[in-house]
Design a protein around this ligand. Structure first.
Ligand SMILES: Nc1nc2c(c(=O)[nH]1)N[C@H]1C(S)=C(S)[C@@H](COP(=O)(O)OP(=O)(O)OC[C@H]3O[C@@H](n4cnc5c(=O)[nH]c(N)nc54)[C@H](O)[C@@H]3O)O[C@H]1N2
Ligand SMILES: Nc1nc2c(c(=O)[nH]1)N[C@H]1C(S)=C(S)[C@@H](COP(=O)(O)OP(=O)(O)OC[C@H]3O[C@@H](n4cnc5c(=O)[nH]c(N)nc54)[C@H](O)[C@@H]3O)O[C@H]1N2
Ligand code: SF4
Ligand SMILES: [Mo]
Length: 697
């Protein structure tokens, strides 16, 4: 019997937990939290056990698949798959132009070193403007606000959770998600530590979440109205003379403008439509400004709404106006070992082109994924005929997934880089499955940049990839080589480690990659430090509190106000995450799917009583774009007028090879969410502004 211990970082979510994996005779026998890990201190969540399940999963694809004329799948060689793909690319470009090829890059792309480093290079050579990703279902508002206020879309403010005295969490549920745009392993203890040192944390959310239950206070807010609450928060800061920029004062502009813009938004005016009382708003601002340090953090719930961009702007503004930006215990900025931001120059990243059908502006070279289906379905010059997806399942993950499903059916050609035959990839003509998880080496290019503490850690591969399999970095570089007329004979793709080595050497700490490799529990580079104005990328190294694009968008906010005062019979639908789910793709793990059905519609008891619905009853939920049936779950945790279901379900479709997942099929929330309801400024999906009706099935 041969036993070895392997240390690595879990790449399944943003938290970067250190794992200690015991392997006996080439089989994983134990996965536990690595107590010596410099960042995660032994924390782990149940999803980590999923790494073993993914490695051993019989349904996971390991060889390229091609769909035959009769619709069956056959295994083909890499060379033959490559040849077909390259000739299809050339044919499509010659017949219909570069924009006839579309690309969707899904969430695990950024959790995967090879895909992250070499995927974009390949997609760039396609020269298409039809670039889509999960970013426009998720976080474009953060990048938009950071770009306009601090000069770079990746200069993201991170809560200094370990030192703050007051944390305001709006639309985030870190106890289920383990944090996002804030890599924070062991978040439950870190939040408890705020309380232990005499501080507080408050949650604003239409659902009393797992995080809200532990908070000092929870306030229900009506979905999609946070913008008014935030405007009112800033109004109070000015009207009660609580504005004090402290260190950032000498290089911040736009303060007076913001005073004017928020002048009308008294707590009295916004209380009714937000559902947060005047007293609660005053008390909240009081607590925030009286705390020695404080930080306002808003996540998916405030990004995925019609005014996501404005919300993230106002959240940043609150931190600046109260002297909590770039200050200990406030919203700080990381200095990662491999740094994308340090040498960047100010540049326009918006509206350099528009989508063909709805004319939405591009941002950071992407178009809103809510436009993807219409770009495939609408005939005319520039129509998408061929698609690539990488690490994504947009039929389940993007607004109006039902329509996108139809769109994928009618493509001329579709290539998926994916490890499963799922609801989206079943439409593919070719699937290229890379080695994944424990078969890969790993480094978090993105999440070290978003972490609550500066650390760095490299994880080696645990297992050899299976025979005949390829790494994603090999696949992308080989395709690129062939596409540019090269030959694979003698072609040696670059390993991601080469880029890492250079990135670290020329990074802010000048680290030796060998040293990083040897530090199996990671290297601590210290707490976040104040770095402004030096680290600002903006012209003149200023913080802009009133950028024109955001200020102009307030007109939409004003225009929507009256609509919100009208009574309606519809419910607002919001999403939720569960600790044992991971977006749409880990439902094939037996370990993670244990327990009761999670795909239920949660509703407040008063609403259920009015509609004469009872717990566990099968109900019908309908929106402008579709309808689904699922069991009702009556709970006091829901705000009246709001219903909630998880995303990522809706398995069990024809042709999908997912044994365990199909047993827990559920229905897709994105058969209800609306591609026409988006944040028109940033292009982000506005999942939380979707109206539905509910009745017995
Ligand atoms: N209504 C609603 N919809 C939402 C959300 C919501 O809150 N509400 N959340 C949104 C958010 S924040 C996100 S990020 C998106 C996520 O949505 P997607 O971007 O679609 O990502 P996943 O659902 O995680 O799908 C992951 C896919 O990647 C594949 N995969 C996993 N590992 C690898 C790998 O190593 N290599 C390759 N090539 N493939 C791999 C899996 O098989 C799966 O097909 O969903 C969004 N959709
Ligand atoms: N276990 C698990 N972890 C995950 C994921 C997963 O699927 N499962 N997904 C990962 C991904 S891709 C991401 S992006 C992160 C997301 O990380 P989080 O943002 O922490 O994730 P959510 O749990 O979706 O939290 C969003 C919260 O916003 C609330 N909300 C909805 N609408 C509104 C609104 O209008 N206003 C306010 N104030 N709140 C609202 C919801 O009730 C919910 O509690 O999680 C990551 N981690
Ligand atoms: S919290 Fe995230 S990183 Fe940590 S073990 Fe769970 S899935 Fe992995
Ligand atoms: Mo996400």
């Amino acid at each position: 019997m041969q036993t070895l211990t392997h240390y690595r970082t879990c790449n399944l979510c943003e938290a970067m937990c250190g794992l200690k994996i015991t392997v006996t005779d080439n089989t994983v026998t134990k996965i536990e939290g690595d107590k010596e890990d410099e960042f995660s201190r032994g924390h782990i969540c149940p999803k980590a056990y999923g790494l073993k399940d993914i490695y051993e999963d019989k349904d996971r694809l390991k060889k390229p698949l091609r769909k035959t004329e009769s619709g069956e799948w056959e295994e083909v060689s890499w060379e033959s798959a490559y040849q077909t793909i390259v000739s299809k690319i050339k044919e499509t470009q010659a017949n219909f132009g570069d924009d006839a090829i579309g690309v969707y890059q899904g969430n695990p792309s950024i959790h995967n070193l090879g895909t992250m480093l070499y995927g974009p290079g390949f997609f760039k050579t396609l020269r298409t403007k039809n670039n889509y990703s999960a970013t426009s279902t998720d976080q474009l508002p953060h990048h938009f606000a950071s770009w306009l206020m601090f000069g770079h879309p990746l200069l993201i403010p991170i809560p200094d959770i370990d030192r703050t005295d007051f944390m305001l969490i709006i639309g985030g549920n870190p106890l289920a998600s383990n944090g996002s745009m804030m890599s924070v392993p062991d978040v439950a203890n870190r939040l408890r530590d705020i309380q232990k040192r005499g501080g507080k944390f408050v949650v604003i959310d239409p659902r009393k979440t797992e995080t809200a239950v532990k908070a000092d206070r929870h306030l229900f807010v009506r979905p999609g109205t946070d913008v008014y609450l935030l405007l009112s928060f800033i109004h109070i800061l000015f009207s009660t003379d609580k504005v004090n920029l402290k260190m950032t004062d000498s290089y911040t502009v736009g303060v007076d403008k913001l005073r004017e813009l928020t002048a009308d938004y008294t707590p009295r005016k916004v209380a009714d439509i937000t559902g947060v009382s005047e007293d609660d708003i005053y008390e909240l601002v009081g607590e925030f400004t009286n705390a020695k340090s404080a930080v306002c953090y808003g996540r998916v719930g405030v990004s995925t709404q019609s005014f996501g961009g404005v919300c993230q702007w106002l959240i940043n503004a609150i931190n600046v106006l109260t002297g909590n930006c770039d200050a200990e215990g406030g919203a700080m900025f990381t200095l990662p070992a491999v740094d994308f931001v340090g040498h960047a120059k100010p540049k326009n990243r918006h509206n350099r082109w528009q989508s063909r059908v709805r004319k939405f502006p591009e941002f950071i070279s992407e178009l809103p994924v809510a436009c993807l289906a219409e770009e495939i379905l609408t005939e005319g010059e520039g129509q998408i005929k061929m698609m690539f997806t990488s690490c994504g399942n947009p039929v389940l993950s993007t607004p109006n997934g039902g329509q996108l499903n139809k769109a994928f059916e009618q493509l001329d050609f579709y290539v998926a880089f994916d490890i499963y035959l799922n609801e989206t990839t079943r439409h593919a003509d070719i699937i290229l499955p890379p080695a994944t998880g424990l078969e890969n080496s790993h480094y978090d290019m993105t999440f070290h940049n978003l972490a609550v503490r500066n650390t760095t850690k490299y994880s080696p591969q645990l297992f050899e990839k299976s025979e005949g399999a390829k790494y994603d970095w090999e696949i992308y570089q080989e395709l690129n080589c062939l596409l540019s007329g090269g030959d694979l004979e003698g072609f040696i793709p670059e390993k991601p480690e080469e880029k890492l080595k250079m990135g670290m050497k020329f990074g802010p700490y000048g680290l030796d990659f060998e040293e990083v490799k040897n530090a199996v529990h990671g290297i601590d580079l210290g707490a976040m430090k104040s770095q402004f104005p030096k680290r600002l990328v903006s012209e003149n190294k200023e913080i802009d509190l009133s950028p024109d694009l955001l200020v102009n968008d307030l007109q939409r906010v004003r225009d929507s106000f009256d609509d919100l005062t009208k009574k309606t019979d519809s419910f607002l639908l919001i999403g939720r995450r569960h600790l044992r789910d991971n977006n749409s793709w880990m439902h094939n793990s037996e370990q993670l799917m244990k327990g009761r059905n999670r795909c239920t519609l949660q509703m407040n008891p008063d609403d259920a009583a009015i509609l004469q619905l009872i717990d566990k009853q099968s109900i019908n939920v309908k929106s402008r774009v579709g309808e689904v049936e699922l069991p009702l779950e009556v709970t006091n945790n829901m705000m009246p007028g709001v219903v909630c279901m998880p995303h990522g379900y809706g398995h069990g479709k024809k042709g999908v090879q997912l044994g365990v997942a199909n047993k827990h099929a559920g229905v897709s929330i994105n058969d209800l969410t609306d591609d026409l309801v988006i944040d028109e400024l940033t292009g982000n999906a506005a999942f939380s502004n979707v109206k539905v009706t509910v009745k017995a099935a």
